[in-house]
Design a binder for this molecule. Structure first.
Ligand SMILES: Cc1cc2nc3c(=O)[nH]c(=O)nc-3n(C[C@H](O)[C@H](O)[C@H](O)COP(=O)(O)OP(=O)(O)OC[C@H]3O[C@@H](n4cnc5c(N)ncnc54)[C@H](O)[C@@H]3O)c2cc1C
Length: 246
């Protein structure tokens, strides 16, 4: 499917969003991704295809890629993306992926309606889509977001905080290097959630834990959560290869 670039916007230093209009009417679930192809006659070893989360929410209609650029040292794919002009197009296929939340207001006894989201840097992209989607659909946002970044310029900070103003149940905790999201912080988030419920419900309705970010970070959290005794079916992971930990 052809996507045509209609806008670019800088987010924070070295992070930019690209907004594309799809050639057909299209829908996706917040948190899903596309595979993109950018023609290059002389690509580097990483070649001409990449996966990117659809950082926009479905109601926004445009497909948004938000990505980080390594000044002077990036791939040919990222250079080609950065050089795209308004009106240029690229090829995309999808949407794919199950890094999505079930409707938190649906009455299903098996559904988990509470979430802990762990984001490392650029890993915030699927969470932006999910959180803005819930807000747009006037659903509860029973989410605690633990958000780590190398620097204090958190991507989408003001958008997330404007959602938070309307949803006191939505909590954000920022971690700037050298502060790390550790086992203690996760355990505290789980305990706080459990304490807010009657004992029987707290036992059977643990929060789902979603982790998104650079591959080494997401793998490390997977191990930490398993060590903490969190069941595999309570964890969802979105791995971004090609980056080091935030
Ligand atoms: C499901 C999914 C969703 C994703 N969503 C996003 C998203 O929303 N946003 C996002 O930014 N990424 C996302 N990614 C990751 C994305 O696909 C890229 O892997 C990532 O952005 C790195 O891009 P790049 O390889 O072009 O390298 P760059 O970002 O250009 O560079 C990253 C690092 O690799 C080094 N490097 C660059 N080229 C080479 C090379 N040829 N050989 C060796 N080292 C090199 C650079 O020096 C730098 O240190 C997602 C991945 C998946 C699988």
């Amino acid at each position: 499917m052809k996507l045509t670039l209609v806008n670019k916007k800088p987010e924070v230093a070295n992070v930019e969003s690209f907004l594309f209009k799809p050639e057909i009417d299209l829908t996706w679930q917040a948190g899903q991704f596309f595979r993109y192809h950018l023609e290059d006659l002389n690509p580097d070893t990483r070649k001409t295809n990449r996966y990117f989360t659809i950082a926009s929410a479905p109601f926004e209609k445009l497909i948004m890629i938000t990505t980080r650029f390594v000044p002077g040292d990036g791939s040919t794919f990222k250079k080609d993306l950065l050089n795209l002009k308004i009106g240029d197009s690229l090829e995309a296929s999808g949407p794919s992926g199950d890094f999505v939340v079930e409707d938190p207001s649906e009455q299903s006894s098996s559904s988990n309606k509470n979430f802990i989201f762990i984001a490392g840097g650029i890993g915030i992209t699927p969470f932006r889509s999910i959180i803005l989607d819930l807000n747009h659909n006037q659903k509860p946002i029973n989410i605690k977001l633990l958000y780590a970044n190398r620097t204090p310029d958190f991507i989408f900070k003001s958008e997330l905080e404007s959602v938070q103003k309307k949803h006191p149940e939505f909590k954000i905790e920022y971690y700037v290097d050298p502060l790390r999201i550790d086992e203690k912080a996760i355990q505290l988030a789980i305990n706080n959630y459990k304490q807010s419920l009657p004992f029987a419900r707290a036992k059977r309705n643990l929060p789902m834990i979603y982790v998104s970010g650079p591959e080494p970070m997401v793998e490390a959290f997977g191990e930490t959560l398993t060590k903490m005794g969190v069941a595999k079916n309570q964890i969802k992971q979105d791995f971004f290869p090609g980056y080091t930990a935030p």
